[in-house]
Design a protein around this ligand. Structure first.
Ligand SMILES: [Zn+2]
Length: 273
C-alpha cells in the first residue's frame, strides 16, 4: 500500500465513519498498540470520529477527545468496511464497531502499527512527527519543491523515497514518476536543471493522481473490498524489465540503485547528460 491506495482508503473511510461513535474495539495483535489493550479500549470506546486523513504510509483518524488514531499497514493490510448484519471477512486481527453497528475489520499481512496519541503529543510521536508534506497537499507547490531540493546532496531517487522530504512516494510509483520526468534514479540532485525539476514536479502529481482516479493499485483492496484499477497495463516501465519502452522501444532494464531496484529506459533516462 502506497500513498494513492491510502488516499483512496482514507476518503472512503471518511465517508463511512466520520461522525459515528466507536462502541467496541477488538485487537487480537496488541503488540501493534503503543499502550496496554485495556487502556486503549477505554480511551477509544465512546469517542466519535472527526476526520480521516493520510500522510505517507499512515492514516490519521481524529477522535473528538483530541486523540488521534495512527494506523500504518506495514507490508500491507486489508481494511474492510462492514454494514450491520453483513458477514465479516474470515480472517482479521482488528475490529472496530461503530454506534450504528457498522464498522471495519483490519487484516494485516505481517505487522502494523495502531497507535493512539493525544493531538498535543503528535510532535513527540517518533514515527510520524517528521513526515514531510504529502504530494497532494496545497502547500506542495513547485516553489516549495525547489526549496526542498535546494542544497540537498545525493541522488533524486533516495531523496524522493525519504518520507521526511515528501510523505507519499514508495518504490512502486517512483519508477514511473522518474521515467515520466526522463530522469535516471541516480541523477545527483545538484545536477538537475530547472526544466527537469519542473518536469519531475508535474510527473509526481500526474502519476499519483492517475492511480487515485483509478482506485489505486490493482492488487490492493479498498474499504469496500474492491481492487483498484491501476495495474500492469497502467505501469509505464515499472516491473516491466525486458519489455520495450512505451516512448522509444528501447528494452527496459532492471538495475540496482542502493538498497532498492529500479526500472529504467536507458535511452529516455540517461545518467550522463
Ligand atoms: Zn525510452
Amino acid at each position: 500500500m502506497e500513498f494513492p491506495e491510502l488516499t483512496v482508503l482514507s476518503r472512503q473511510m471518511a465517508k463511512e465513519i466520520v461522525g459515528k461513535r466507536i462502541s467496541e474495539v477488538e485487537v487480537a495483535n496488541p503488540k501493534c498498540l503503543n499502550m496496554p489493550l485495556e487502556q486503549f479500549q477505554k480511551t477509544v470506546v465512546g469517542k466519535a470520529t472527526r476526520s480521516v486523513e493520510n500522510r505517507g504510509k499512515w492514516l490519521f483518524i481524529k477522535l473528538d477527545s483530541d486523540h488521534v488514531l495512527l494506523f500504518n499497514p506495514g507490508m500491507g493490510a486489508d481494511v474492510i468496511h462492514f454494514k450491520p448484519g453483513i458477514k465479516l471477512p474470515e480472517k482479521y486481527q482488528i475490529k472496530f464497531i461503530l454506534d450504528d453497528k457498522s464498522g471495519f475489520t483490519i487484516r494485516v499481512w505481517w505487522f502494523c502499527y495502531l497507535h493512539l496519541v493525544h493531538a498535543n503529543k503528535l510532535g513527540e510521536h517518533k514515527l510520524t512527527a517528521r513526515l514531510g508534506v504529502t504530494p497532494l497537499d496545497k502547500r506542495f507547490t513547485l516553489d516549495y519543491f525547489k526549496q526542498l531540493l535546494n542544497k540537498k546532496r545525493g541522488n533524486i531517487k533516495t531523496f524522493l523515497l525519504d518520507q521526511k522530504n515528501l510523505a507519499g512516494i514508495g518504490n512502486v510509483y517512483i519508477q514511473d514518476i522518474l521515467f515520466d520526468a526522463r530522469l535516471h534514479p541516480n541523477r545527483i540532485i545538484s545536477s538537475l536543471t530547472n526544466t527537469e525539476i519542473e518536469a519531475l514536479y508535474k510527473s509526481i502529481g500526474s502519476v499519483l493522481n492517475e492511480s487515485i482516479e483509478l482506485g489505486g493499485l490493482a492488487y490492493e483492496k479498498d474499504f469496500y473490498g474492491n481492487k483498484g484499477g491501476y495495474g500492469v497495463k497502467q505501469f509505464k516501465i515499472a516491473y516491466k524489465p525486458g519489455q520495450p519502452c512505451p516512448t522509444c522501444q528501447t528494452t527496459i532494464q532492471k538495475i540496482k540503485t542502493g538498497s532498492t531496484s529500479s526500472f529504467i529506459c536507458p535511452n529516455c533516462q540517461p545518467l550522463d547528460k
